[in-house]
Design a protein. Structure first.
Lengths: 119, 180
C-alpha cells in the first residue's frame, strides 16, 4: 500500500510524458521516441526536441527511465521497473476516466459507473 | 546571386527572446540568413534567396551533455547556429507537416524560463554585496564607479527577474486554463 502512495506523486502524467513512457517500453533514442509517439498517438502528440530533452532529464532523475547505451552521441533510454509501475498506475486512472466518460455518453450516472469499476 | 556577409546590430533583452526570434525570421524573409553571432547585439547574416524559416532560442547552460543535446535537435531537423551567453540559436525551414516548435508544451516552456531565472539569481547576491557594502576607506573614484555600475546592473537584474517571473506566471495561467 505504501508503494501505491509513492507512485501517486507522479500522477497524473502529462500527455507528453505518458506517451514518452509508453514509447520507452523498448530502448529508443530521442528521435525514435519522437517518431513512435507521433505514430501511436495518431499524430495527436508531436514532441519538440527541447521538450523531449527536458523530459528525458527529469524522468531519468526520478528513476522512471534509465540510459541503456550511447551510440554516436545519441542516448538510448528504456523504462525502469518503477517507470512501469507509474505507467500502470496511470493506465488504471485512465480506465476509470474512460468508464465514467462512456457512462456519461450512455446516459448513466457517473457515480454508478465508478462504483462498478471498484467492484 | 553573390553571397556576402552582412553585420547588423540589434538589442533584445533576455525576456524578449520571442521578439528576437521574430526579427530573425523577418530578416530571413528579406534574404538575410543568420550565419553566426558576434558580441552581444551583433549578428552576422549571409545574403541569399528569401526563405521561410523558424528561428528558436533555448536557454541551456549544461555543457557536459551538450553533444547529445545538439544531436537531438539536429535529428529533429533543427540547424544549430551558435551559442551566446547560454542562449542556443536554432533554425528550421518551414514545411507543411513539420513540427515548428522546439517546446511543444507549456511545462517545458516554463522550465526554460526557470533555468534562465536561476542563472540570473546566482549573480544577484554578488551585486547586492558590492552595492550595499560599507566603502570604509575605499573612497577612490574607481571604487565609486564600480558601485554605480553595480547599482545599475542590480536594477537591470531586478527588471529582468520581474519580467521573467511575469512570463512564467502567464504560462502557468494558460496551463491552468488547459487543465480546467
Amino acid at each position: 500500500m505504501t508503494d501505491r502512495i509513492d507512485l501517486n506523486k507522479y500522477l497524473p502524467l502529462t500527455e507528453a510524458t505518458y506517451y514518452i513512457l509508453l514509447a520507452l517500453d523498448e530502448p529508443l533514442h530521442g528521435y525514435g521516441v519522437m517518431q513512435k509517439v507521433e505514430a501511436i498517438s495518431q499524430g495527436a502528440v508531436r514532441l519538440g526536441p527541447g521538450t523531449l530533452y527536458g523530459a528525458f532529464q527529469s524522468l531519468e532523475k526520478e528513476g522512471l527511465i534509465r540510459m541503456i547505451r550511447e551510440e554516436e552521441r545519441r542516448k538510448c533510454y528504456q523504462l525502469t521497473g518503477k517507470g512501469r509501475q507509474v505507467l500502470a498506475a496511470q493506465v488504471g486512472r485512465l480506465q476509470v476516466m474512460l468508464a465514467n466518460g462512456q457512462a456519461f455518453q450512455d446516459g448513466m450516472g457517473s457515480s454508478h459507473a465508478a462504483g462498478r469499476m471498484q467492484e | 546571386m553573390e553571397r556576402k556577409i552582412v553585420r547588423k546590430f540589434n538589442w533584445f533583452w533576455a525576456w524578449n527572446d520571442d521578439r528576437e526570434e521574430a526579427w530573425l525570421e523577418e530578416m530571413s524573409r528579406q534574404g538575410l540568413h543568420l550565419s553566426s553571432l558576434g558580441l552581444p547585439g551583433f549578428y552576422y547574416f549571409e545574403s541569399g534567396e528569401p526563405g521561410d524559416y523558424a528561428y528558436r532560442l533555448d536557454f541551456n547552460t549544461t555543457h557536459k551533455d551538450r553533444a547529445n543535446y545538439l544531436a537531438l535537435f539536429q535529428d529533429a531537423g533543427w540547424e544549430h547556429l551558435g551559442n551566446l551567453g547560454g542562449w542556443e540559436y536554432f533554425r528550421k525551414q518551414r514545411k507543411p507537416g513539420e513540427v515548428m516548435e522546439i517546446f511543444t508544451d507549456n511545462e517545458s516552456k516554463i522550465k526554460k524560463y526557470t533555468r534562465l531565472m536561476v542563472y540570473l539569481v546566482i549573480f544577484f547576491p554578488v551585486l547586492f554585496i558590492l552595492v550595499t557594502s560599507d566603502p570604509g576607506e575605499h573612497t577612490r573614484t574607481i571604487y565609486q564607479i564600480g558601485r554605480l555600475l553595480g547599482a545599475l546592473l542590480l536594477l537591470l537584474y531586478s527588471v529582468a527577474l520581474i519580467k521573467i517571473l511575469g512570463r512564467i506566471s502567464r504560462l502557468k495561467k494558460s496551463l491552468a486554463l488547459e487543465n480546467d
